[in-house]
Design a protein around this ligand. Structure first.
Ligand SMILES: Cc1cc2nc3c(=O)[nH]c(=O)nc-3n(C[C@H](O)[C@H](O)[C@H](O)COP(=O)(O)OP(=O)(O)OC[C@H]3O[C@@H](n4cnc5c(N)ncnc54)[C@H](O)[C@@H]3O)c2cc1C
Length: 473
């Protein structure tokens, strides 16, 4: 029986620095196995995970593009329209009727993904095949960064210190793009072909070279100002690579290798733009490490157990006002409209809107976590859960519960000219000066809603909610 090396792609939709692809190709060259790539869309499971339509579209567009890119390596990409994870073992069983399978995958850390991989592993094993996992989603695989006592870090700063020590020791290396493999005529079983998406992500380029170009340009031209520019949503001061990191069009290793090249003098300098950007990439890893170590997080449990008892008000009308960008707090509304209209939101605004939902509207952070997931092009379970739990003061490095963002002073500080607000809230576009941050003085502007809550009162209520559970704990 012909051996088939199957590169089962999931969140690693790239041909450069892809351990799975390179290893399968290398193995094929050595053993004479035929190499194919496989992608299986699972819209039913995506729905279960609240995956945003814009993210689904980005994936579909990227897979079609990758099909062309892998064709230049003579590696056919079999792109299959499936439905749920439960169906996937059957795809491998069908392939296994014709070929001896060696399946190469990058490990994933969420619960259903682990169950899916275990089921496929069993199915492939039963066919006398092999299922080979590569732990390459992070530069330092989860579990590999530990305290001297061998424990997992629960706090970011010592994790980062230890992570950086490992980086200095081992450096960062990227897999080369594989060389073209020998061309073979292959008859594969018929599967339903991948459907096209709704094109909602059309503004996001999907060619690998274009994405690498964006990453390189950021490291060359923008990273030196990142430590200051990153906090101002009216400025394009961040990389906007999150959507590509989430589905693996670019890897964290590629980002850091390029950063070290372009910012050789400054990336180790405390609080330089390059060092702060590197920190953000380490945050990404931190949350993935935490997720694997604490599987209850995947079940949406708070990291700080006592906060599960907080008596949230969960008012559906206030939740709707927040979702629609109609709270009467301009910076919150502008941010939510950015999310609804573009599928992306600036980090500073993610912090402000998350804090507002939890600490001004007293709505369970899980409602917000879910809403973000259903809209974000870069939706990533670990980063989203980590971000929400941070903002809600229920997580690992959580903001202390008594530190509550004032949405108006945040607005004055981080959108000082009101440019971002005016862009997304046209009702306020004519307001000048400070009025744009709080337009409720002399008659509300242009049908813009009155504030749905009083921040001062809401703040007191939040302190009481947390005090109640902290006292019991
Ligand atoms: C409530 C909340 C929800 C969030 N949800 C997500 C999410 O679903 N997906 C997601 O990728 N990020 C999420 N973040 C983190 C962060 O807001 C985004 O990664 C960032 O805004 C993406 O923009 P960028 O690519 O320009 O980031 P840059 O500032 O250029 O940072 C580079 C990369 O580092 C990573 N990163 C940056 N900040 C963080 C962080 N705080 N935590 C983890 N990784 C980080 C991202 O991969 C990002 O692309 C969330 C943050 C909060 C507060």
């Amino acid at each position: 029986m012909q051996q088939l090396n199957v590169v089962w792609l999931r969140n690693d939709l790239r041909s450069f620095d892809n351990a799975v692809l390179s290893s399968a190709a290398e193995d094929g060259a050595r053993t004479g196995a035929v190499v194919i790539a496989l992608y299986i869309a699972t819209p039913k499971t995506w729905q279960l995970h609240d995956m945003a339509p814009i993210k689904q579209d980005l994936i579909r567009r990227r897979v079609k593009q990758l099909q062309q890119e892998l064709a230049t390596l003579n590696i056919p990409l079999l792109a299959v329209e499936g439905s749920s994870y439960q169906q996937i073992p059957a795809v491998f069983k069908q392939l296994g009727q014709h070929f001896l399978l060696k399946v190469f995958v990058q490990s994933e850390y969420e619960l259903r993904e682990q169950q899916r991989d275990n089921a496929v592993d069993q199915a492939v094993l039963a066919l006398n095949g092999q299922f080979i996992r590569f732990d390459t989603q992070c530069i330092m695989p989860p579990g590999s960064v530990r305290t001297q006592q061998g424990d997992i870090y629960k706090v970011f700063t010592p994790f980062k210190r230890s992570w950086l020590a490992q980086l200095k020791q081992h450096g960062v290396s990227c897999y080369a793009r594989p060389k073209p493999v020998a061309q073979v005529e292959l008859k594969l079983p018929d599967f339903p072909p991948l459907k096209a998406g709704d094109n909602s992500s059309a503004e996001w380029p999907v060619a690998e070279q274009d994405v690498l170009q964006l990453m390189r340009a950021f490291c060359r031209e923008k990273v030196q100002d990142y430590q200051t520019a990153r906090d101002f949503p009216a400025i394009e001061g961040t990389s906007k690579l999150s959507a590509y990191l989430a589905i693996g069009v670019v890897s964290a290793a590629q980002c850091i290798a390029r950063l070290q090249l372009e910012a050789a003098d400054s990336w180790q300098q405390d609080k330089s733009g390059a060092e702060v950007w590197l920190s953000e990439l380490i945050w990404r890893e931190f949350y993935k490490h935490i997720l694997l170590a604490y599987p209850d997080l995947i079940k949406h449990q708070p990291f700080q157990a006592e906060t599960a008892a907080i008596r949230w008000s969960n008012n559906p009308l206030l939740f709707k006002a927040w979702c629609d960008g109609m709270t009467g707090y301009p910076i919150v509304d502008a941010a939510m409209r950015q999310l609804n209209q573009t599928g992306w939101m600036h980090n500073r605004l993610r912090m402000i809107t998350a804090s507002f939902l939890v600490k001004d509207l007293h709505i369970d952070w899980r409602w917000g976590e879910r809403y973000f997931m259903s809209k974000l092009i870069d939706g990533d379970f670990a980063a989203n859960n980590g971000g929400w739990q941070w903002a809600a003061s229920t997580g690992t490095d959580a903001a202390p519960y008594f530190r509550i963002f004032n949405p108006v002073s945040q607005s004055e500080k981080f959108d000082p000219n009101g440019d971002f607000i005016r862009f997304y809230v046209p009702q306020l576009s004519k307001l000048q000066g400070k009025a744009v941050h709080w337009p409720h003085g002399a008659g509300t502007a242009n049908g813009y809603p009155a504030p749905v809550v009083d921040h001062g009162e809401a703040r007191k209520h939040t302190l009481a909610l947390f005090a109640e559970v902290k006292k019991k704990a």
